[in-house]
Design a protein around this ligand. Structure first.
Ligand SMILES: C[S@@+](CC[C@H](N)C(=O)[O-])C[C@H]1O[C@@H](n2cnc3c(N)ncnc32)[C@H](O)[C@@H]1O
Length: 460
């Protein structure tokens, strides 16, 4: 089948990215503060935790950004938010009732460094007081290279930052004008160097394709530039245009957005360049140097997916702190109030901040496992996973006709229930995963009211 026909048949712009299953649009208010309290109280001794701290503030707003963030400069507002996060950490720890070990911490946003360093340190100290950190605890942070404080090296060293993620997108002036974000290669290099000087062993750069005025040539030039920084990992996200959810995206010139074919060409060319430069391709949109933990984990079945995308983090339970943060517990997912004001009000009223979520049943867990293996490894042995879960594989018979159609179009190889997505079909991973999504109406794309990104980060 020719590419235009294939792309017309398999438009992925309305499919979830499966950073969770069920996806965030399926969460509802049956999970709130009191359910969360019960879930936390039932955590097994020695459960290894991942902690996520969401800082929903930036110094300036980028028009393309789909994340839950806003511009806040008032120190008093930042102090109030940091106090709420500290209070939430204390309250969550009290509900757990034991000091559990931490495998991983992720400071995300927004731009976490908008919080003055002393406020970040008080949050860090609160986490260390209530949870157990050791030398293997990996601490990661998202950085805006344009607004890094002059004290960043000392600040990051004090927090123990081991991995830094820097937003880049594209260096072409026309693209930067169109997305309201101007950032030079030198600013980006300086930020990467600061992170490395502070002790970060892994530096990750985020590129985006599919932006207004972006071309294969602009992406190629951007990649040539970022390779001079020698990032350990590169994420290559497809631009998610969700202006009904993030009104700031209405500032983007829609007529300048590349169409599906142009997006495909950008993604394919960028991937080829990165592989030729020595990066290993991982899942849908990540690339890692062979020495990096993510490259080592890929293909071993140990890579997983969480709200930050792909991860090698092995925390069994994710606790999310801050507005819109999502926790993943054995019993299900719980998300905090999205707006910072609502989040703070909930905490100040003496509650936990969870306001929506979903409890998982055994079939949800199995579907999640199958979807995660497809998204991470491009392969899944559905029958083996079903047997291990004690669920009849016939549960998935409804997926067969959809898989069959994908197989006829060369997007998946089916050896019985053993599925493999060929490398050439990697951009269509989400279509294969979606065959196992019981909440996605097979006949229709998700409606405009079921966004493919959450407000925490790109998710769904
Ligand atoms: C949570 S943002 C934080 C980055 C940091 N504040 C900065 O300014 O670089 C992390 C990443 O999300 C990605 N992102 C945000 N909005 C996006 C969108 N609409 N489509 C695709 N990727 C997006 C970008 O790659 C961005 O670097």
């Amino acid at each position: 089948m020719d590419l235009p026909t294939l792309l017309a048949r398999y438009d992925d712009r309305r499919l979830p990215r499966y950073t969770s299953y069920p996806t965030a649009p399926r969460f509802d208010s049956r999970v709130g503060s009191s359910v969360m309290r019960q879930w936390l109280g039932a955590l097994a001794p020695q459960t290894r935790l991942s902690l996520y701290v969401h800082v929903p503030f930036c110094e300036r707003m980028c028009w393309f950004c789909a994340c839950n963030t806003s511009v806040v400069h008032s120190v008093a507002a930042l102090e109030r938010y940091a106090a709420a996060v500290q209070c939430e950490i204390e309250r969550v720890a009290a509900a757990i009732g034991q000091r559990l070990p931490v495998a991983h911490v992720h400071w995300g946003g927004g731009t976490p460094t908008v919080l003055p360093a002393p406020l970040m340190r008080t949050i860090d100290a609160m986490m260390r007081r209530h949870f157990s950190f050791d030398d293997d605890t990996e601490i990661a942070i998202e950085i805006d290279p344009r607004t890094l404080p002059a004290t960043a090296v000392a600040d990051f060293a004090a927090l123990g930052i081991g991995r830094a993620s820097l937003g880049v997108q594209d260096f072409a002036p026309a693209v930067q004008d169109a997305i309201g974000r101007h950032q030079s290669l030198e600013q980006t290099r300086a930020a990467a160097e600061s992170a490395r000087r502070a002790g970060a062993a892994s530096v990750n750069l985020d590129l985006v394709y599919g932006l207004p005025h972006q071309t294969v040539a602009s992406l190629e030039a951007t990649i040539a530039d970022v390779l001079t920084i020698d990032p350990d990992r590169i994420a290559l996200f497809g631009y998610a245009h969700v202006p009904w959810m993030q009104r700031r995206q209405q500032l983007l010139a829609e007529q300048a957005l590349p169409d599906a074919e142009a997006r495909f060409a950008q993604q394919a060319h960028a991937a080829n360049l990165l592989v030729a430069a020595g990066y290993r391709r991982i899942g849908l949109d990540h690339f890692a140097r062979p020495h990096d933990r993510m490259a080592k984990a890929s293909g071993t079945g140990t890579l997983s997916r969480n709200f930050q995308g792909y991860t090698v983090d092995h925390g069994a339970v994710l606790l999310g702190f801050g507005a819109s943060a999502i926790g993943s517990l054995p019993q299900g997912y719980a998300q905090n109030a999205t707006r910072a004001a609502d989040y703070m009000a909930q905490i100040e009223a003496g509650e936990l901040a969870a306001v929506r979520g979903i409890a998982l049943n055994p079939e949800d867990r199995l579907r999640r496992q199958i979807i995660e293996r497809i998204m991470c490894d491009g392969a899944a042995d559905v029958a083996a996973l079903a047997t291990a879960a004690g669920i009849d594989v016939a549960t998935f018979d409804a997926a067969l006709s959809r898989l069959d159609r994908l197989a006829q179009d060369g997007l998946v190889l089916c050896d019985g229930w053993r599925l493999t997505v060929p490398d050439s079909a990697r951009p269509f991973l989400r279509h294969v995963a979606a065959c196992f999504d019981a909440y996605l109406d097979p006949g229709t794309a998700p409606s405009a009211r079921q966004p493919m990104v959450t407000k925490q980060r790109l998710s769904g």
